[in-house]
Design a binder for this molecule. Structure first.
Ligand code: SF4
Length: 691
């Protein structure tokens, strides 16, 4: 348990939960967090999760000593012994099987500096097998947007998006999942007359503010979006000047969509064709229309194509490269954007430069002293699929794949096949239960560094609390392991510059700006208590707000339009089966490892419930509050039901925040999206019956 005499002090930091990036600090009067006036929450506003952010920092469950596995059990051990085991275990694997037998799971909940050091360690040891849970949320969005525009992040900024006449929100619920964005940016615009179209299988808190709701059947976004683009062409609403100046391939797209029957596609997508036409007209006729895209779009085995279909609609209507427009992924974790920016991905170096790009590798090697490997590594799910086979050891930093990966029973079994599993975390998570060594790290309020929010703003975190017990700074742990491993494996002598001798997070940031061109002009001093936004080239006075204004981020004058075919969901529905889709609620965050330990938040939302439409409930003789079993050939879980017309007929919904019921025991890990390798969390065939 944490020590009782810990010191807390107020210092502006960043909320550890969602990607909005509200600034918060310790409040002496309440012992909780309070908002500070920051770059996003300008009036110091925070949502309930932000207020509860200290609940987890001083929680009794905090790990305060390293644990090592002895005779099948995790027992406390001195730091020296724990680190010795990590170094010996990793080195043995590299020497016996080669560096590609290691898998590095980086953390989108930790700082840019920590993720930078983590991916550098993987690459200096000789493998690109490093990924973070961006793989599981928006990797498909990034893949599609990078292919078209040269950048996978929000095209616009929260500030200019308020100017939009129309919001098109696809597969996202910002009123609950990005509450301060909704309250402080979208809400005022809606009050001033901005129209909102909401595409989502469920009626959520966001839908209550929408003018048009298209309750799309999970897995049918492409027919819906193709039909909307078809309406634009059929009714002559396309932006011809933009198409001529800024796009290629319009005739191919037009020919492809000439085959589309709007009514048939609306029927396939499960929406009213008149509503679909109205939505298309509203979006196309707006002077400025901004699209938002969430995990309802990205978490499919055709997630990349879903986003491509949305990009077609935005480009055809000229809604890219201007204020109040664009395609804007709403990112989940507080540093999921930054973890990718600084290279915690298997196919790109820091700054999204392909590992296959020889010039990028040479420039990185000039700073590191060691060449990064030139072949893309494995993604998160690909790694767990190979545990015990090609992958012999895993280093899991601040993530919980035993809960967050699909087909979780398979994942948990696969952890048992590893020769070595190292976990660096705050708690004995569901993943730590399978570890050989568990290292107690630092919570958000105990560390300093930077994180990058959903609209590309880099902000500083500052220490509000001392570490509990023997817990250590994540950065200290990572750099010590890296120093000792590189010495043991004979790599240390080749390292240039500081190698892994970073005395402060700021010294890491200085190196990462040298190898991350989109961060090149940034500094801690420049960020101060505000933010700096990427791209921020060296020598610039400030970062770029709206992207793709004159040319696209890849330097091209035009972006291609790409015909996209519908890809049916992978799970076929047998008679009597329902579609299970998953998502979040306001009070919890991701695997719930943090928020389930907050009394404040669990009082507000204590246990999960299966949302089911009244007709589907009646057909199964299920009443509100009953417990049911939900199963498929992957697993079975038991859960109470919430009978509600908020979910569409034939679709049931659960959150992914709870270990019991563990919804990801039911989700599918095969097939993955062929480009982004993201699983299809949003469509699983299940049966539901009363217990
Ligand atoms: Fe934290 Fe997100 Fe809530 Fe802001 S909106 S306080 S960043 S959880």
């Amino acid at each position: 348990a944490p020590t009782e005499d810990r010191t807390f002090r107020p210092a502006q930091s960043v909320c550890p939960f969602c990607g909005v990036g509200c600034t918060i600090q310790y409040a002496e009067a309440s012992g909780k967090a309070t908002g500070t006036k920051g770059p996003v929450n300008r009036r110091g506003e925070v949502c309930p999760k932000g207020v509860a952010a200290f609940d987890v920092v001083d929680h009794d469950d905090r790990l305060t000593q390293p644990l090592v596995r002895e005779s099948g059990h995790l027992v406390t051990a001195p730091w020296d012994e724990a680190i010795d085991r990590v170094v010996a275990g990793v080195a043995d694997i590299v020497e016996t099987h080669g560096p590609d037998a290691l898998g590095f799971f980086a953390s989108s909940n930790c700082t840019n500096e920590e993720n930078y050091v983590f991916q550098k360690l993987a690459r200096v040891l000789g493998t690109n097998n490093v990924d973070n849970c961006a793989r599981l949320c928006h990797s498909s969005t990034v893949a599609a947007m990078s292919a078209r525009f040269g950048a996978g992040a929000m095209t616009n900024t929260l500030d200019d998006l308020g100017e939009a006449d129309t919001f098109l929100v696809c597969g996202a619920n910002p009123a609950e999942q990005h509450p301060i964005i909704f309250q402080s940016y979208l809400g005022p615009a809606l009050k001033d007359g901005t129209t909102m179209i909401h595409v989502d299988p469920r009626a959520t808190a966001t839908t209550r503010h929408a003018d048009v709701h298209l309750p799309v059947e999970p897995g049918y976004d492409i027919p819906l979006l193709n039909a909307m683009t078809t309406v634009v062409f059929e009714e002559g609403l396309e932006d011809r000047a933009f198409l001529a100046e800024r796009t290629t391939g319009v005739e191919d797209l037009r020919a492809h969509l000439a085959e589309v029957d709007v009514d048939a596609n609306a029927d396939l997508a499960g929406v009213d064709p008149d509503d679909l036409r109205e939505a298309a007209r509203t979006y196309a006729e707006a002077d400025q229309a901004a699209a938002f895209t969430g995990m309802g779009m990205s978490q499919h085995h055709c997630g990349t194509d879903n986003v491509h279909a949305l990009l077609n609609l935005a480009l055809v209507t000229g809604n890219v490269g201007k204020r109040g427009t664009g395609v804007n992924p709403l990112r989940g974790q507080n540093n999921v954007q930054g973890a990718g920016d600084v290279g915690a991905l298997p196919d790109v170096l820091p700054g999204y430069r392909e590992v296959t790009d020889g010039a990028a590798r040479r420039e990185t090697a000039a700073v590191w002293g060691v060449d990064p490997p030139g072949e893309p590594g494995l993604t998160e799910v690909e790694m767990t699929h190979r545990f015990g086979d090609e992958i012999r050891g895993a280093f899991v930093f601040g993530e919980n794949p035993a809960m967050t990966e699909p087909n979780a029973t398979r994942v948990r079994d696969s952890f048992e096949k590893l020769d070595l599993c190292v976990v660096l975390d705050l708690f004995e998570t569901e993943t730590a239960e399978h570890a050989d060594v568990v290292l107690p790290g630092s919570a958000w309020a105990e560390k300093s560094g930077t994180v990058t929010n959903t609209d590309r703003q880099v902000m500083r975190m500052r220490e509000n609390a001392d570490l509990p017990g023997e817990a250590r700074q994540d950065l200290t742990v990572l750099t010590e392991i890296a120093r000792r491993l590189t010495e043991r494996l004979g790599v240390a002598a080749d390292l240039a510059g500081p190698g892994f001798d970073f005395p402060t997070p700021e010294s890491v940031f200085a190196e990462l700006t040298d190898v991350t061109p989109i961060y090149a002009g940034m500094s801690y001093e420049g960020i101060g208590h505000g933010s700096q936004r990427w791209p921020f080239p060296a020598g610039a006075d400030e970062g770029v707000g709206v992207l793709h204004t004159q040319t696209f981020a890849n330097g091209e004058a035009t972006a291609p339009l790409v015909p996209i075919e519908h890809v049916p969901p992978a799970d076929d529905l047998a008679d009597g089966e329902l579609v299970l889709t998953t998502g979040r609620v306001l009070q919890h965050f991701n695997s719930g490892a943090l928020t389930r330990r907050s009394d404040t938040l669990t009082r507000m939302y204590r246990e999960d419930a299966l949302q089911i439409h009244p007709d589907d409930a009646e057909a199964r003789d299920i009443s509100d509050g009953d417990r049911v079993r939900v199963w498929n050939d992957r697993k079975e879980v038991a859960v109470a039901v919430d009978v509600t017309p908020a979910t569409r007929r034939g679709t049931v919904f659960m959150t992914f925040h709870f270990a019991d019921p563990l919804v990801n025991a039911l989700t599918s890990d095969d097939p993955l999206d062929p480009v982004a390798k993201i699983p299809e969390y949003k469509h699983s065939a299940v049966r539901v019956e009363p217990i």
